[in-house]
Design a protein around this ligand. Sequence first.
Ligand code: FAD
Length: 284
Amino acid sequence: MSSRPIYSFEVFPPKPDAPVESVSGCFAQLADLHPDFISVTYGAGGGVNGGRLTCELAARLRTEYGIRPVAHLPCISYTREEIAEVLSMFRENGITDILALRGDKSPERPEKHDFHYASELIDFIRTQGDFELYGACYPEIHPEALSPAADLRHLKEKVDRGASHLISQLFFDNAVFYDFREKCEILGINVPIEAGIMPVVNEKQIRRMVSLCGASLPRKFTVMMQRFGHSPEAMRDAGIAYAVDQIVDLAANGVDGIHLYTMNNPYVAKRITQAVSGILGRSL
Ligand code: FAD
């Protein structure tokens, strides 16, 4: 790991009926900010086609913009054969970095029972070639975990089986992250843990994200929402300032990396990157 924190972005593919070109402009602007890598979520609609979309975008990041891509790969709704097909597509396109995920349970995507946990996917991927494997982690505990201790034990398992890098779920209270990081250290989880930062720039976004991931909201954050939530410009600036504040504090506390959930919004990513580039030891 380099001495400066890793700095990465996350993007998502367009809806299946939208052209891939619809995100090209966003990629070009994000690439100009020189992140260490950009991760691409698994294509909406799922199936092997979802993987095709992720693969196409990840390949473009690499060949057209010179950015290292990380492809997300969820597993519970796929068979071993389907995962093997997606992996060979990744390999053929020079995509060697994979965020191995279980995937969210959803009635729209029935489970196929070949994989139950991300760690099983990690085992499988290791039989399929030489991939660099990343895993997800949850400073506020995964919502289905039996207990915080069980969740951390399973995280350690994921790392022991081959995840060499962890990316955290978004959070708004850095104290929660520091507590989690300390527990990981005590357990001997000693791979880089990137902090997931989501700039919340409109009220609708926060409601949706929090209902999905259960992040707790510090008073400083809810007061900001109440005060500025109804003014798009004020909310945008406040959301950017909040994310910058979180990143400055994380960097001061020796974070391994920052993973910015860009929501395909290069304007917001640019403002944040400009504000923290010196702090993160990067030049623009
Ligand atoms: P796991 O690590 O398998 O953990 C899931 C649950 O099972 C946890 O409660 C864990 O404690 C428990 N568990 C693990 N192993 C065992 C075991 N052996 N026995 C019993 N219990 C166990 N989803 C997508 O569909 N597409 C994406 O692109 C995507 N990107 C994401 C990116 C990031 C950075 C993050 C944090 C999440 C992302 N997700 C994505 C969501 C993710 O798929 C869900 O959060 C999912 O519910 C859990 O995935 P996981 O890989 O962390 O699961």
